[in-house]
Design a protein around this ligand. Structure first.
Ligand SMILES: NC(=O)c1ccc[n+]([C@@H]2O[C@H](COP(=O)([O-])OP(=O)(O)OC[C@H]3O[C@@H](n4cnc5c(N)ncnc54)[C@H](OP(=O)(O)O)[C@@H]3O)[C@@H](O)[C@H]2O)c1
Length: 213
């Protein structure tokens, strides 16, 4: 597939990029600083330099793409980064395509049809109550994609940790909380590529976690 990747220099995005290249996809990456890309990866991708909220850079990124994959995350106090990026992407994708978007949300957001455990419901409510702009940005981002006519998936991981990729099948479900409360960034990166390759969870926000040992 021709994949347009946002957040390729991040701790999850690095794994998305590695998995996409390993599986033979043709990747264009939007980065603010190409020097942050691994030199071998940099040689294997088309690089667009720019900001995720800039419609001009996004138009360049999306040209000819089959799908957009995002592991974007705010590195400063950009409390509206996800909604601004979603707004710009939705406008371009609705007009010229592609129709498919796979991004990262968080297990703390609630969506219609959820069957969270009582504990997870309480944790989500606390996160939403006490969290700052960045936390509130995720539900707003969800609402923006849900209101679009596009084919989106917003993956909801619990706590991200560093560590190796799991050798076991990941836990994932559209609405039921995972038993495990963490996921490695390696597993999340590979899962995002699985979702886009296999067309999993269209217009849904699946939970995903590394299974407990
Ligand atoms: N931490 C957790 O436990 C947790 C739990 C659930 C969900 N999440 C979500 O998981 C996602 C990935 O997290 P992560 O830790 O892998 O993120 P990360 O390492 O902080 O990477 C963020 C990526 O976004 C890029 N970025 C930030 N602002 C940008 C902008 N304005 N324009 C273009 N690129 C921009 C960064 O580029 P630069 O390299 O140029 O800075 C970097 O590539 C985030 O959305 C996060 O909210 C995290």
């Amino acid at each position: 597939m021709k994949l347009a990747l946002i957040g390729a220099t991040g701790r999850t995005g690095t794994y998305v990029l590695a998995a996409a290249l390993e599986r033979g996809h043709d990747v264009t990456a939007l980065v603010r600083d190409p020097g942050k890309l691994d030199p071998r990866a940099r040689a294997a991708v088309r690089v667009v330099v720019g900001d995720a909220t800039d419609p001009g850079a996004l138009t360049d990124l999306l040209a000819g793409a089959d799908a957009v994959v995002s592991a974007l995350g705010p590195t400063g106090r950009e409390g509206d980064l996800h909604t601004r990026t979603a707004g710009a992407l939705i406008a371009i994708m609705t007009r010229t395509g592609p129709r498919r978007f796979v991004g990262v949300s968080g297990a703390g957001i609630d969506v219609p049809g959820d069957r969270k455990t009582v504990t997870n419901k309480a944790i989500s409510a606390l996160i939403q109550l006490l969290g700052g702009g960045v936390v509130k940005d995720k539900p707003a981002e969800y609402r923006a994609w849900a209101a679009s006519r596009l084919d989106w998936t917003l993956v909801r991981p619990p706590r991200l940790v560093d560590g190796p990729a799991s050798t076991r099948t990941l836990e994932h479900d559209a609405h039921r909380s995972t038993r495990s409360t963490k996921i490695t960034r390696a597993d999340l990166g590979a899962f995002l590529v699985d979702v886009v390759e296999q067309g999993l969870y269209p217009r849904q926000a699946p939970f995903v976690a590394t299974p407990k040992a």
